[in-house]
Design a protein around this ligand. Structure first.
Ligand code: SF4
Length: 420
């Protein structure tokens, strides 16, 4: 047995009954030990672990892998300060889990932000110490590549310090169709205009059956990955996501991970994997199914174990709650995501969790880690080693303006700075 395997097995196998084994001849203890020691596991093995491994053994294996990957900085967990600027809610795609969009025919419900408003939101982000903009909105029937070129170049001209980490394959597919160009051309042009990286929204569930059930008008999962692969080949990296809890099976969740891992083996362009949970309010699915906390933690852990080629796993406190976010740091996550200075999409469907910079720092510290503010590319910008030197700006607070709840009038301007 190697030195690495000794290190792994001491933690991981405590608590795994020696007789735990399951269908298909997969022995949970053996697979966990191999994974924790750095070995790759198959999708079949991942499904068995996801379903049957004792929870703490699964988390321990994932945490062992995280600690080894980040040896030297394994005591740190990161967060980022960003603003999610929603430029329009008008969308032709009508996803069944979405509470944010307005169909073009519902003119009284649709809204768009003009460029001045968007730039004001960027200015506030800079003032509050934010480093990243997510530009997230509907598939507007008129917004082609030119719209994004105009807005990204304007943002970069005024705020070159802001990283534009935005959009995903679905938006690229849509804008390319509107403009009558290839996705490669669309990616090249918006990258040249200022897009730094793709946020990977729209992955939802990649396997065909659950994707068709919740987003029948979106491109296929294979096509979504093909576009992200094109982006990676063109030098635009991304994160990737997974929407849990809309009725998909365990096997389909693992298949989602397999599809990502296969692309990542070729491109290496996915910086992080971010699972989050379906929110049940104000959408067509009506909350008939939802992922549990334990399913979520198991997903964080199995993602760390199975996605051996993806560096970062993010725990989503926004959809699962702060305590679950803290727990995720012990199940393989190394990052707690962002203090969203503004968010309208997930909150419209019921996510009510809010936080602020001081609280996020405290949550991470109380989870036993040293907090660090990170850049989009995960470099540590500030490591909060000494609580006496913690930042004290109480304006760095997440705002869920949930515009859909009040037909676009809840917080139409959402001023974070001037209103105080
Ligand atoms: S999730 Fe995005 S693409 Fe789907 S309906 Fe909502 S805004 Fe449109």
């Amino acid at each position: 047995m190697t030195e690495q395997a000794d290190f792994a097995s001491a933690d991981v196998l405590a608590g795994v009954p020696s007789d735990v084994s399951t269908g298909g001849g997969v022995d949970v203890a053996v697979v966990l030990e191999r994974a924790a020691a750095g070995g790759r596991i198959s999708a079949e093995e991942a499904l068995v672990l996801y379903r049957d491994a004792p929870l703490h053994a699964l988390g321990s294996a994932a945490d062992t892998i995280r600690r080894r990957r980040y040896a030297g900085t394994e005591h740190i967990a990161t967060y980022i300060i960003e603003r999610n600027i929603n430029y329009t809610n008008v969308c032709v795609t009508a996803c069944k889990f979405c509470a944010f969009y307005a169909a073009p025919k519902d003119a009284d419900k649709g809204w768009t932000r003009d460029l001045d408003d968007i730039l004001r939101r960027c200015a506030e982000t800079v003032e509050l110490g934010g480093t990243q903009i997510m530009f997230q909105g509907g598939h507007h029937p008129d917004y082609g590549v030119e719209y994004y070129e105009k807005h990204f170049s304007a943002i970069k001209k005024e705020f070159p310090q802001l990283v534009i980490h935005s959009l995903g394959a679905s938006e690229v597919e849509h804008m390319a169709r509107i403009s009558g160009v290839s996705v490669a051309e669309a990616i090249t042009r918006i990258h040249a205009a200022g897009l730094d990286s793709f946020a990977g929204a729209g992955a939802e569930l990649l396997p065909e059956r659950p994707r068709r059930a919740i987003a029948p008008l979106k491109e296929s999962g294979e096509r979504w990955l093909e576009i992200m692969e094109t982006a990676h080949e063109l030098g635009v990296e991304s994160t990737t996501t997974m929407l849990m809890g809309t009725g998909e099976t365990n096997a389909e969740r693992i298949e989602h991970l397999r599809m990502i891992r296969d692309v990542q083996d070729r491109t290496g362009g996915f910086r992080a994997f971010i699972p989050y949970t379906y929110q049940p309010e104000n959408n067509h699915l009506k909350g008939r199914t939802q992922a549990t906390v334990l399913e979520y933690l198991r997903m964080i852990a199995i993602a760390r174990i199975f996605l051996d080629n993806v560096a970062h796993i993010q725990g989503s406190w926004l959809t699962t709650g702060k305590e679950v976010g803290q727990l995720s740091l012990h199940y393989g996550a190394d990052d707690l995501g962002s203090i969203m200075l503004e968010e309208n999409v997930v909150s419209s469907a019921g996510a009510r969790h809010r936080s602020n910079r001081m609280e996020i720092i405290d949550l991470i510290r109380k989870a036993g880690r040293v907090p660090a503010q990170r850049a989009t590319t995960y470099e540590h910008l500030v490591v909060h080693e000494d609580p006496a030197e913690d930042p004290v700006d109480d304006r760095v607070v997440s705002h869920l303006s949930s515009t859909a709840l009040d037909r676009g009038t809840a917080h139409p301007e959402l001023r974070l700075v001037d209103a105080r």
